[in-house]
Design a protein around this ligand. Structure first.
Ligand code: FAD
Length: 290
């Protein structure tokens, strides 16, 4: 099923994200994670793509496992920063052969010290989106950044490029994680001002350990809200307390989004079915699964 169909329903939908293994020997473990995650019945599951494309076959394998073994629609990520057309087209064909209809088309992060562009075929995600669109009947997603992409000089510049990306063929967008819902609501005003009308799915990250939280705070700087910082200060020394507080914080963000009219939310579940399970349980009378 295409994600555009899922998003067109008025029903509340919650999707989950996984990452593929780095080694073939870990493939069975990730397949077990897929099975456990599928049991909580997310509306779809996305599977990330290694920044260099070196483990692309695992992304295809796991997308296949999600959709054809566990019967949950799969969204396969695909990046182009380090791969030329030959490689990208081969992966698109593999996804097509597995019946995967949804691709999140991304540029990918530039590895530290790498010359950019590493290849001459793609410079920005919009070029990849255009290419994917010409190669099959895919539902295509793109990434967006409510606090601005780190490389963009201004949020306005980033939004101009976001509009170009949507015009290249995006059917929906998923946001980078944010920890204050007002950042998303303000972003949505700016998105609409730019005539970007595709669905913008908020991405929520349950932060369940202190180290992860400190790293995110250092990356997002002063945009981490005081309430979020207080949680780190108070609970990061106690893994169990931190986990519980992180799940509660993410649950609250999700409830606020739904209460304000957002029907679909994506959770960065990071191969943690138990965390996803607790969030889904917290929403048991809000998110009704068929
Ligand atoms: P782009 O849309 O190409 O934007 C990158 C930068 O270029 C932005 O600053 C933009 O403003 C600028 N830009 C765009 N077009 C132009 C233009 N024409 N002229 C000048 N500047 C321009 N990374 C992975 O490696 N694997 C994953 O699976 C993955 N999944 C992700 C999922 C989500 C939901 C998100 C939000 C991010 C994900 N990332 C992933 C990270 C992502 O690859 C990086 O954030 C990357 O730096 C940018 O990717 P993009 O597709 O947004 O790039």
């Amino acid at each position: 099923m295409k994600i555009s169909e899922i998003l067109s329903s008025k029903k509340i939908g919650i999707s989950c994200e996984l990452f593929p293994p780095k080694l073939g020997s870990q493939l069975d473990n990730v397949k077990e994670v897929v099975k456990e995650m599928a049991e909580i019945k997310p509306s779809y599951m996305s599977i990330t793509y290694g920044a260099t494309g070196g483990t692309s076959e695992y992304t295809v394998d796991i997308a296949n496992e999600i959709q054809n073994v566990n019967h949950i629609p799969a969204l396969a990520h695909l990046t182009c920063a380090s791969s030329g057309k030959e490689k990208v087209h081969a992966v698109i064909e593999q996804l097509k052969a597995a019946g995967i209809e949804n691709i999140l088309a991304l540029r990918g992060d530039i590895l530290e010290g790498a010359d950019y562009p590493v290849q001459k075929d793609y410079r920005y995600a919009s070029e990849l989106i255009y290419d994917v669109k010409s190669r099959g009947d895919f539902c295509i997603g793109g990434a967006c950044y409510p606090e601005g992409h780190p490389e963009a000089k201004t949020i306005n510049e980033d939004l101009i490029h976001l509009k170009e990306k949507v015009d290249a063929g995006c059917d929906f967008l998923t946001t980078q994680m944010f920890f204050d819902n007002n950042i998303y609501y303000n972003f949505m005003y700016k998105v609409l001002q730019k005539n970007i009308t595709v669905p913008v799915i908020p991405g929520i990250m349950p932060v369940t350990n202190g180290g992860q939280m400190k790293k995110i705070i250092s990356l997002s700087g002063n945009m981490a809200p005081p309430r979020f910082k207080a949680i780190v200060d108070r609970f990061s020394d106690s893994p169990a307390a931190m986990r519980q507080a992180g799940i509660a914080y993410a649950t609250e963000q999700i409830i606020d989004l739904i209460a304000n009219g957002v029907n679909h939310i994506h959770i960065y579940t990071m191969n943690k079915p138990s965390v996803a399970g607790e969030i889904f349980r917290n929403l048991s009378d809000i998110y009704i699964r068929d």
